[in-house]
Design a protein around this ligand. Structure first.
Ligand code: 2RA
Length: 337
């Protein structure tokens, strides 16, 4: 029999997706514990043919547990992940709390599984799940980076409501109805209209004029690739899409790389599907990627702003809740088996 597993933040959008993915992949758990805040404690949740009562997260929640999947915000992870680890429970944390901590592997299983080499469930430790927009970008770019060495990456993201949580998805739907009915829209989550609109990502602004989401893309990429020798800039935008992010990516490589070579590499890349049909002007859309495991890549083309063959542009869509969070975390947990 496999590991005992706890879900921390089971009521949230990612917590619910953890359950769907664990079932979908027939994860070999021996026991499941559902943990959430006092507000959700006592509620029931169905999983794999059983009905579970959600328990309130406490310092003693992790006694005897082997793996804990966290997605309950950074402050909960900061407080409880070390406690869980000290009890011998191996933590996979979807929050940003420990992503840049020295000694904490930041892992995309298709990209850098070696970063968590030797870690097993029930032995404690924390593994950090990267930010969704970082995962989606690097699933497509890393195979190219391995072949031709990315020197510079410029990313523009078009990020779904799900990244701001279930409440943001609910408000987008409500506002869309209200707007179509000509009503004043409800603005509980964001201070402006989201429906039929887009805006600079709602994460806090930092001292250099970039927001935290953009700085995550910059810092996490360098840690995951294990190099500082790549220049990255990003502009992260929130768009009125439910659950899949889209990203436009410009790349500069250390050597010439043709469109054909790039398409060949991407066509073979694990966890990547191509929609790159120029004849029919058919390329990835967020709805293609929604609820899918793979990230979808298209618009692969030489960067004509350069005189050399060292630049490429491409377009990527990926499900923010699935590969951007829950699927990646469960794949990390599979590496602990
Ligand atoms: C966002 N990356 O999309 C975040 C998800 N926590 O806002």
């Amino acid at each position: 029999d496999g590991p005992s597993v706890a879900i921390v933040g089971v009521s949230g959008a990612v917590g619910q997706e953890f359950l769907r993915v664990l079932k979908e992949r027939d994860f070999p758990y021996s026991k499941m514990t559902m943990l959430a805040s006092r507000r959700s404690a006592g509620k029931e949740v169905d999983f794999d043919g059983e009905t579970y009562t959600i328990q309130e997260l406490t310092e003693n929640s992790f006694d005897g547990l082997d793996i804990a999947l966290f997605s309950a915000g950074g402050s909960i992870s900061k407080k409880y992940a070390p406690l869980a680890s000290d009890k011998g429970c191996t933590v996979v944390d979807n929050s940003s709390a420990f992503r840049m901590s020295v000694g904490v592997p930041l892992v995309i299983p298709e990209v850098n599984p070696e970063a968590m080499e030797g870690m097993k469930y029930g032995q404690g430790g924390i593994i950090a799940n990267p930010n969704c927009s970082t995962i989606i970008a690097l699933m497509a770019v890393t195979p190219l980076h391995r072949a031709a060495g990315v020197k510079r990456m410029v990313v523009s993201t078009y990020q779904a409501a799900s990244g701001a949580g279930q409440a943001a998805m609910d408000e987008l739907e409500l506002q869309t109805r209200e707007a179509l009915e000509g009503k004043e829209v409800t603005k509980d989550i964001f201070p402006f209209q989201y429906a039929f609109n887009l805006f600079s990502h709602n994460s806090p602004m930092t001292s250099n004029g970039y927001n935290e989401e953009e700085m995550k893309m910059v810092k996490e990429t360098k840690k995951i690739w294990g190099t500082g020798d790549v220049n990255i800039t990003a502009t992260c935008i929130r768009v009125p899409i439910m659950r899949a992010h889209a990203e436009s990516i410009n790349l500069e490589f250390g050597r010439d790389i043709s469109e054909d070579e790039a398409v060949e590499i991407l066509s073979k890349a694990e966890g990547v599907s191509m929609i790159n049909d120029r004849a029919n002007n058919r390329f990835p859309t967020p709805l293609d990627a929604s609820n899918q495991d793979d990230v979808y890549v298209g618009r692969v083309r030489r960067d004509i702003s350069r005189a050399d063959q060292k630049g490429l542009d491409l377009f990527v869509c990926g499900d923010q809740i699935k590969k951007g969070a829950a699927l990646n975390a469960v794949q990390v947990a599979e590496l602990l088996l």
